[in-house]
Design a protein around this ligand. Structure first.
Ligand code: JFZ
Length: 434
């Protein structure tokens, strides 16, 4: 067979894969949760690397980890209120600390003053709210004694010699086994897991890729343990069918639907409220509600999902700014969810209007026009004549009249196929602060 055929590591058809991902492509909106001992530092989840903190000094965050206000039911209720349908939590981030009770390390939550398995409680709470559950697991590990220290990371490029010395007693094959064992744990202890979010490969001269992680063996194991699971693309297996399910562009706006080998692929962008994934007390660049909503709408308008991140504090509470914004997003979702769930990019026969975004539900054949700025009195949909039967506002189902092109009082040049909508002068009061 073809090259791609030879590279198949498990025999799912394209149709079957589509089926397996159907709930996820339908649901569109999830909550990302970055929580670990770095939350106590309160200055970014990369603090250990950024400030070159050694294990001994970093230990204070472990010794003081005691989230007395941790109440995952509240988190789950918040996610649900925001209109999110799934959530992904860091079972272990790069710092190496596990929020679950692992047999393979002492560097775990059950050995902190908190003393309980936070993942167990989390899974129960999120499942109880009807949310799908996902596990983020960092394949990078800054704590494990056999993980070879990477030469290239922000602000710390040293000489090769220096790194050879640091790594002389480290053995990646031991770490590989550890990583595999922990992935087995998170995929067997907690029942069905809907998403696995592994993070991340950086193949290259100094980086780590599929051979370092044992990616092929690992993904086969994952598929065996959880046949329905949906996995991201950070194992460095992009060329392997079955090696990944969706791609994960980060903190930038997607220009268009991402492709691989010429085909549109499932994608999810993950985004932060402020400039950090982990709780960052002094970080002030918080996005506005309007910006956050646009991230969601824009993702769906290009066929993708949004995984919006919260970084709970060391006491186990979601920052009030994120909480407030999520409830307000929920207010919007309450009336507008129909333009998000089950929707995707509109067919190219529909031209994207000025200051607008289009989402489209292929099942109901409805087109949703998102006005990013409310225009004065009329709005032109170019090239849509004959393609639209009826127009209404989504929030209250009230009719939006289509101006008749002949004898229309608005003095405006209309193109042949253009449709002109007559809008109320005032934006209808929908009680959503943005
Ligand atoms: C990674 C982590 O380092 C970060 O702390 C956070 O967990 C985020 C979700 O994922 O950061 C990355 C990983 C990959 C890219 C960018 C940031 N990338 O491929 O562009």
């Amino acid at each position: 067979g073809s090259n791609a055929q030879q590279k198949k590591i498990w025999n799912e058809t394209e149709e079957e894969k589509k089926e397996r991902l159907a709930w996820w492509t339908n649901d569109r909106f999830g909550m990302f949760i970055h929580w670990g001992t770095y939350s106590l530092a309160g200055r970014h989840e990369w603090v250990k690397k950024k400030e070159r903190i050694d294990n001994e000094t970093y230990q204070k965050y472990f010794d003081n980890f005691n989230p007395d206000l941790y109440n995952p039911q509240e988190w789950a209720k918040l996610a649900k209120a925001a209109g999110m349908k799934y959530a992904v939590i860091t079972t272990k981030h790069h710092e190496g600390f596990t929020l679950f009770d692992s047999k393979y390390t002492d560097y775990k939550i059950t050995n902190t003053p908190y003393g309980k398995d936070a993942i167990k409680e989390w899974v129960e709470a999120f499942r109880a709210e009807g949310l799908k559950i996902g596990f983020y697991y960092s394949i990078i590990d800054w704590h494990h004694p056999d993980y070879t220290i990477d030469r290239v990371h922000p602000k710390s490029v040293g000489s090769q010699k220096e790194y050879d010395k640091l790594n002389k007693d480290r053995d990646m094959s031991v770490y590989r086994e550890y990583l595999k064992n922990q992935v087995i744990e998170i995929l067997t202890i907690y029942g069905k897991v809907d998403i696995l979010w592994l993070d991340y490969s950086f193949p290259g001269e100094f980086g780590k890729g599929k051979d370092d992680w044992g990616s092929i063996e690992l993904i086969k194991l994952v598929r065996k343990l959880q046949p329905e699971i949906i996995v991201n693309d950070r194992l460095d297996l992009k060329e392997y069918w079955g090696g990944w399910d969706f791609t994960t562009p980060e903190q930038f706006k997607i220009k268009e639907w991402p492709t691989h080998n010429g085909k549109r692929i499932p994608w999810e962008t993950c985004q932060t409220f402020s400039g950090s994934w982990g709780y960052y007390r002094d970080e002030m660049t918080w996005k506005s509600n309007k910006q956050l909503l646009e991230l969601l709408i824009e993702s769906v308008s290009k066929g993708g999902n949004l995984l919006l991140n919260v970084g709970p504090t060391g006491r186990g509470v979601i920052d009030y700014r994120a909480e407030k914004a999520l409830y307000q997003i929920g207010d919007w979702m309450k009336y507008n969810y129909r333009s998000i769930y089950g929707c995707t990019q509109a067919p190219s026969t529909f031209e994207i209007p000025d200051n607008g975004l289009l989402t489209y539900n292929p099942t109901t054949n409805r087109l949703y026009v998102h006005l990013l700025n409310y225009p004065l009195q009329n709005y032109t949909l170019k090239g849509m004549k004959g393609k639209i039967k009826y127009v209404q506002f989504l929030h209250d189902a009230s009719e939006v009249k289509i101006a008749s092109p002949k004898g229309h009082w608005i003095k405006q040049e209309l193109g042949e196929g253009d449709v002109n909508l007559i809008l109320p002068v005032n934006k209808p009061p929908v009680e959503i602060p943005v």
